[in-house]
Design a protein around this ligand. Structure first.
Ligand SMILES: Cc1ncc(C[n+]2csc(CCOP(=O)(O)OP(=O)(O)O)c2C)c(N)n1
Ligand SMILES: [Mg+2]
Length: 585
């Protein structure tokens, strides 16, 4: 992944040849201007057809164009950067196969609520005009907006150069407002090259008005929190997106409520805070799941309560208590899987701001017995405590890594699978200082390496640790080559269990989950990446520290017993308090 050298590329020949008025700004220039107006200094791109004018215009405007080896890599790098920095990611890809190659990125942004403006190149407008039953008229023509529509917040295609700036403004606004997500902006080639009316003022689109928080409902919630004996606050990614962790902690302390998170909400409360429970759900902590199931009040803030959070038995979720849901997205509230006693449409920040003044200043000890009970569950029901016969024990590895990195800002980017669960369970986080970027609803196994590169660019001072499995790395070799060439200081921690563990264990697959079948360490070394191996047996903290402190990019392969499972795990049909296996051997 490297920045494009715009000094070497001449301006788009067609615009020089006079398709646009000589010297007049074009639709592509209008896009570059709007990017600058929103403070976008860097975009991510993968080369393709029908996009050269956009790259040229952005380069001429001084915007850093980071080129990735594929649309997927460009997209996942950009999504990681957006999750760290806040404003929408901007990704530019070509038309045809370039656009279809980016659809997985659109899905990732949609399901994990990451703001993204994906600009796709498109054939010129005359070829796009309706003509039933003709499949394709121009090379690499594909109806990108139609393909992306079910997994995007909006898909826009301006048909005139003058419509580019307003379309971008809409895309930018929609991607960021309410619950963030992807917007596709499809730009036909003649629209990119067409001259714009330079006298027109571009107007920034205003975000849609957010309905005010219903204060009567906030009062009811405050009453419920004051009276609850066994409360749990459940923080989803909505708390991170609203940068509301501080206020969440204040609310939790005011009522003495323990705080569980979802997998994507990890870090909403510091991992070492006495009220921190860990994350809940299919792969969550046994004691945190048990606390949810035994609670008399669960307040879910910015969490969608999907199957991986509640288990399959939605009707048996919190059987002895009430569920209150707070979400900025009213569709989540109107069509929830779980019965909610009270719903409040609000961002996490607005809700917590309104709630705090309604609560007592310091907690009494009304919840002391409840906190003691949870502490006993935590002691009696540890995660991943069985030491595998071979390799390095994953729980020990991550606890040692936590110690070795305690003094620094860290961004941990994971793939999908068992290594993801072990990292999320046994490292500690504190957003935004120690951040976990892990795939949620779409769970792409090939997002980790490009995501880590994007994180490095967005957080130059932080230690960026890419936790990846052998299956995920085998799917990311072009990205690994790009990392080796870039010299971005990503530390790649390869948990090699010679198995697609996530597929085998989490999906209950028997057989067919074997390792890639080639030597990943040799490949990494061949690509020029400083690569080493951790020996079998106990964790060596000095080796971990040397790995973290190595200059530039480095890879450490850690052997893991193929039979090492995540434990306990919630199976289909189980309620949250009966995870399998309940007691470890
Ligand atoms: C792009 C993509 N393809 C397929 C899957 C299905 N899948 C889930 S986990 C996984 C691989 C897990 O293997 P590995 O990376 O070795 O991790 P482990 O579970 O062994 O730690 C795959 C292929 C996916 N999540 N993403
Ligand atoms: Mg594996």
């Amino acid at each position: 992944m490297r920045s494009r050298d715009s000094s070497k590329s001449p301006r788009d020949p067609a615009s020089r040849a006079g398709e646009a008025r000589s010297g007049a700004p074009t639709g592509a220039d209008a896009l570059a201007r709007r990017l600058l107006a929103h403070g976008v200094q860097r975009i991510f791109a993968a080369h393709g057809v029908a996009m050269a004018p956009i790259l040229d215009a952005c380069g001429a405007a001084g915007i850093d164009c980071v080129l990735a080896p594929s649309e997927s890599a460009a997209g996942h790098a950009a999504l990681a950067a957006a999750r760290l920095a806040g404003p929408p990611a901007v990704v530019v890809v070509g038309g045809g196969a370039g656009a279809t190659g980016a659809l997985g990125v659109v899905a990732s942004a949609f399901y994990d609520s990451t703001p993204l403006v994906l600009v796709t190149g498109q054939v010129a407008t005359p070829d796009l005009l309706a003509r039933p039953h003709v499949r394709q008229r121009a090379f690499q023509e594909v109806p990108a907006p139609e393909l992306a529509r079910p997994i995007a917040k909006a898909c826009l295609r301006p048909m005139l150069a003058d419509a580019v700036a307003p379309a971008f403004e809409r895309a930018w606004r929609i991607a960021a407002e309410g619950r963030p997500g992807p917007v596709l902006l499809d730009l036909p080639l003649d629209v990119q090259r067409g001259a714009i009316d330079d006298d027109e003022e571009d107007e920034e689109a205003k975000p849609a008005a957010v309905p005010p928080v219903d204060l009567a409902r906030v009062e009811s919630l405050a009453d419920m929190l004051r009276q609850a004996m066994r409360p749990v606050l459940l923080a989803g990614q909505g708390v991170l997106l609203a940068r509301a962790g501080e206020r969440l902690r204040e609310v939790a302390e005011a009522v003495g409520a323990p705080v569980a998170t979802t997998l994507l909400g990890v870090g909403a409360i510091p991992g070492d805070h006495p009220l921190h429970l860990g994350y809940v759900g299919q792969t969550g902590a046994g004691w945190a799941n048990r606390a949810l199931q035994g609670a008399d009040l669960v307040v879910a803030i910015g969490a969608r309560l999907d199957e991986s959070q509640t288990g399959t038995r939605a009707d048996d979720f919190v059987p002895r208590g009430r569920v209150v849901r707070v979400d900025v997205d009213r569709h989540e509230l109107e069509q929830g899987r779980v019965h909610a006693y009270l719903c409040i449409q609000s961002s996490a920040a607005d809700l917590l701001d309104a709630l705090l003044p309604c609560l007592p200043e310091a907690s009494g000890n009304a919840t002391a017995a409840w906190l003691d009970q949870i502490a006993r569950w935590r002691r009696d029901l540890p995660s991943d405590s069985r030491r595998p016969a071979r390799g390095v024990a994953p729980a020990e590895l991550f606890r040692a890594l936590d110690g070795a990195s305690a003094d620094r800002g860290v961004v941990v980017v994971t793939g999908a699978g068992l290594h993801q669960v072990w990292a999320a369970r046994h490292l500690s986080f504190d957003y935004p200082h120690r951040v976990l970027l892990t795939p949620g609803g779409h769970a792409s196994a090939s997002a980790a390496i490009p995501g880590a590169m994007g994180a490095c660019l967005a957080r130059p001072g932080a230690t960026v640790l890419c936790v990846i499995g052998d299956g995920g790395l085998a799917r990311s070799l072009s990205e690994l080559a790009a990392l080796a060439a870039s010299r971005l200081p990503v530390k790649v921690l390869l948990l090699d269990n010679a198995r697609l563990g996530g597929v085998c264990q989490l999906e209950g697959l028997t057989g067919g989950g074997d390792a890639p079948g080639f030597d990943l360490l040799a490949v990494a070394r061949g690509l020029g990446l400083a690569s080493s191996e951790h020996p079998e047996g106990p964790v060596d903290p000095d080796r971990l520290r040397a790995f973290l402190d190595a200059p530039g990019a480095a890879l450490l392969r850690v052997p893991v017993d193929p039979s090492a499972d995540v434990s306990p795990l919630l199976r289909r049909g189980q309620t949250l308090d009966t995870m399998w296996p309940w007691h470890e051997a």
